[in-house]
Design a binder for this molecule. Structure first.
Ligand SMILES: [Zn+2]
Length: 369
């Protein structure tokens, strides 16, 4: 058991309207030659602004088109390019997988890592780990690196223009942060930071939750009109920075394991990470016997922003008890963070919590609360 508390974080986090245009100035202290990993959508969306900023500041970008999956093969391919080009900086621009590739290429080579998320769908940008998939997109492993990114640059205008479902999914991921950190810390389990959570991390996780409850719905409505309001700013920070620091230095628990378990069922694959985590969060609250007031607040929030609260809303309304038991068993596999809960968890308990969450979600969706 860890004997110390610790907190890890990116060296610099910058967020604001139009800050993409400042990328050159912000990256320059880290090096001149920048390996710029992006997909074709991103290249169209922000390539011009970044190129302008780079040429104004004398940076030398080398563009690499992302192959679409954060796999060992793709990491090896881009690592070869980074070596051949002698890049000083590895920069990932786009969604979670591009971000994870940039970390997995840059960190082992000892290069500076710059992350520019174009959606706020997960808390990947600030963390020191990458999620590795097979070439067919099946989860393989987590890779952990010695440091978090050197710079995370979040242009809120770009994120507010992306489809609202991304921001909502990010809220689902961020919704779990406080409850998982709270459960894991009560069990005295170390976080990914290597230590027990500091008071700082726990307060950030709590602020993450409070921000969602206070501003989540207003942010979602604004982004549906591609409007950038102060509420959107707050929720982007909650989804990206507060959730990122909160999970990495606060701790993960049942909600993310239930997410991982749900991926056993093919029908859940076209739902985003955060959408499954939201249902996992409600299940965790029932598993740990939280008060009805707390559970209702979370379910109400999910319904208001459009996060799934029933199995049907996750594409598995007709799931058999046997299949749901497979989900529960996968959630309880050795090494899963569900074992950070303050009590021993067995598959039967997870199965029952998911069934109870589904029943509550159905009832509250029909207007009862
Ligand atoms: Zn997550």
């Amino acid at each position: 058991m860890a004997k110390y508390s610790s907190l890890i974080a990116p060296a610099k986090y910058v967020q604001g309207r139009g800050v993409m245009a400042e990328a050159g100035e912000l990256i320059k202290p880290l090096g001149e030659k920048v390996l710029f990993i992006r997909d074709s959508v991103v290249a169209k969306l922000v390539g011009g602004v970044l190129d302008g900023s780079f040429s104004r500041t004398g940076l030398k970008p080398v563009a690499v088109d992302f192959g679409g999956e954060c796999s060992e093969k793709e990491i090896a391919r881009i690592t070869d390019i980074a070596r051949a080009e002698q890049a000083d900086v590895v920069m990932g621009v786009g969604g979670g997988k591009v971000i994870d590739v940039a970390k997995a290429v840059g960190r082992p080579l000892g290069k500076a890592v710059v992350i520019i998320p174009t959606i706020a769908a997960t808390d990947a940008p600030t963390s020191s780990l990458s999620v590795i998939y097979t070439e067919d997109g099946v989860f393989e492993e987590y890779q952990f690196f010695d440091r978090n990114p050197d710079l995370v640059l979040v242009d809120t205008e770009v994120i507010a223009r992306a489809p609202a479902r991304f921001l909502v999914a990010g809220m689902g991921d961020a919704l779990a942060t406080w409850f998982e950190a709270d459960a894991s810390s009560r069990a005295h389990k170390p976080a990914i930071s290597g230590g027990l959570p500091t008071m700082t991390a726990l307060q950030l996780a709590r602020l993450c939750y409070e921000t969602l409850i206070d501003y989540g719905l207003a942010a979602k409505l604004a982004v549906e009109r591609q409007a950038l309001t102060p509420a959107v700013d707050r929720v982007i920070e909650a989804n990206t920075l507060l959730s990122g620091l909160g999970f990495e230095s606060g701790g993960l628990a049942a909600a993310h394991s239930i997410h991982n378990g749900l991926t056993v069922l093919e029908a859940t694959h076209h739902f985003y990470h955060g959408e499954k985590v939201a249902f996992g969060t409600i299940s965790q609250l029932l598993l740990e016997d939280r008060s009805m007031d707390e559970v209702e607040e979370v379910v109400d929030f999910c319904i208001s922003v459009g996060l799934p609260v029933t199995l049907e809303e996750l594409g598995i309304g007709n799931v058999s008890r046997e299949d749901l038991l497979r989900v529960a068993e996968a959630a309880c596999a050795p090494g899963e963070t569900i074992h950070n809960m303050p009590f021993e968890v067995e598959p039967a308990m997870v199965l029952d919590a998911m069934l109870a969450a589904d029943a509550l979600g159905q009832m509250m969706s029909n207007g009862w609360s």
